[in-house]
Design a protein. Structure first.
Length: 464
């Protein structure tokens, strides 16, 4: 490589960029609805345990692989496996990550695009009229989804924004965007949180989230919590690995990992508190579905004073969070092209971005009702949503858990105890017993848990 690898300007830059990757649609769209579906309390507790036992240890592992190799996921596995059991076959894990990034970004950008539509609606005032009744908003959302032109348009806008950031590189693009977006996101979230405390449903929301009733917990809820802990922490495809490859040696991996996990969890819980306080304030009949963010939430916001502004802010928050995640996915694919194919960053950002955008049009059109694409169902899933549903199923149920499993196995069993200890202590100081706990989790607990997800998917359990 001609130029030395770019670096974050400091620990804050890394932590904000990585927290930006972790905090996204997973926290603000998916976690609230799966928590509702799984009856809160006990599910939340299992989710927290999954973050601590599986998520955090694997996140540290990814960052270790990145910082030690200073490469993209393919290069990292290639370099670190030299002379080790399995040798270059480990590069396959890196390739799996790059493919997963390509696939996930293609449809994530479409969903993120919906938030742009809602920002425009909220600030133009038309959302207020639509949100008079749940039926009219649902009808609007249905026709918006079924409009292929609109789907492609908003997907295009979101991919364009993502490419623009990655184009400018680690410092001037990604870090700068994170330092701008993340504080705004925290402020908006704080405003909404304070607002939700004043609503009558706040107490009920608290007890729904924090009073566990283990009778509500099924095996599939446990697996869903586990699977989600992967997605929400951006694990399994190499986003944290790639971001770790730009980390300075004098910054601490353990402390950064804990901060990122804590921020991600905090935001997911706050998102639930905000949405549930408002839902419970009105005894709203929630259609338990994945679309509450786009159908129920605005209706409720508009019942409150200042609804238009609050609602606009809210969608702005969601789209900022999604953007800082899409950047981290494109960076995996772009850094692969930069390191392995020798491309310049600008060419890599634009070319991979355009390829993913083109591929994403298939998802956009499949949601947009193009018959051959929306009935595409090669793996025979019941009620799948065509190309989009198939890709989402493959990526979140297969690619991420399998990628995460191999990352845990490689770091826990193939790298030596000394190699991983050195990397974790670098910039941190001596670790003592906490190193032993981390290594145990990585070698035993995480593979067992991820193995359970994989077996359950094989047996056909519904954890999506
Ligand atoms: N963590 C992101 C979210 O919660 C999604 C993501 C997954 C980002 C994998 C990068 C890698 O929305």
């Amino acid at each position: 490589m001609a130029t030395p690898r770019a670096q974050w300007s400091g620990r804050l830059g890394f932590v904000l960029a990585a927290a930006g990757s972790a905090i996204g649609l997973g926290n603000l769209w998916k976690f609230p609805y799966i928590t509702l579906e799984n009856q809160g309390g006990a599910f939340v507790l299992v989710y927290l345990a999954a973050i601590a036992v599986v998520g955090a240890p694997i996140m540290a592992a990814e960052i270790i692989l990145g910082r030690r190799s200073r490469r993209n996921p393919v290069g990292a596995f290639g370099l670190l496996s030299e002379g080790k059991p399995g040798g270059r076959a480990w590069k396959g894990v890196g390739y799996l990550g790059v493919v997963a990034g390509f696939v996930i970004l293609s449809y994530y950008s479409m969903i993120a695009g919906w938030t742009i539509r809602y920002i425009l609606l909220a600030f133009s005032g038309s959302l207020g009229e639509l949100a008079h009744s749940p039926e009219s908003l649902e009808a609007f959302f249905g026709s918006f989804l079924a409009n292929p032109g609109a789907q492609v348009l908003f997907h295009t806008l979101f991919m364009g924004a993502t490419v623009a950031v990655v184009f400018f590189g680690v410092g001037r693009g990604i870090e700068r965007a994170a330092k701008l977006l993340m504080p705004i996101l925290f402020v908006i979230l704080m405003i909404l949180a304070v607002y939700s405390i004043t609503t009558p449903g706040f107490g009920r929301a608290l007890s729904f989230l924090f009073r566990p009733n283990f009778a509500d917990l099924s095996a599939s809820s446990v697996l869903e919590a586990l699977g989600h802990s992967f997605f929400t922490l951006s694990l399994g495809l190499g986003s944290m690995l790639t971001y770790g490859s730009y980390m300075r040696r004098r910054d601490s991996i353990p402390r950064s990992t804990l901060t990122i996990c804590a921020l991600d969890t905090l935001i997911a819980i706050m998102a639930c508190l905000i949405m549930f306080s408002i839902i419970f304030s009105f005894d709203f009949e929630v259609s338990k579905s994945s679309t509450i963010l786009f159908t129920t939430i605005p209706v409720i916001f508009f019942k409150l004073p200042g609804g238009a502004v609050i609602c606009g802010l809210f969608y702005l928050l969601v789209s900022f969070a999604a953007l800082s995640s899409t950047i981290s996915i494109l960076e995996v694919v772009a850094s692969f092209a930069i390191d392995e194919l020798g491309w310049h960053r600008r060419r890599a950002a634009v070319t991979t971005g355009v390829a993913i955008w083109l591929f994403g049009i298939l998802s956009a059109l499949s949601v947009g009702g193009v018959q051959t694409l929306s009935s595409f169902n090669p793996i025979g899933r019941p009620s799948t949503l065509g190309v989009f549903g198939t890709l989402d199923y493959l990526a979140s149920n297969w690619f991420l858990p399998v990628g995460g499993l191999f990352i845990a196995l490689f770091t826990g069993w193939i790298l030596t105890r000394e190699e991983t200890r050195d990397e974790l202590e670098e910039g941190n100081g001596r670790l003592g017993w906490s190193f032993g706990i981390w290594r145990f989790m990585l070698r035993f607990a995480a593979p067992a848990a991820v193995g359970a997800i994989i077996v359950s998917v094989l047996l056909g359990a519904e954890y999506q």
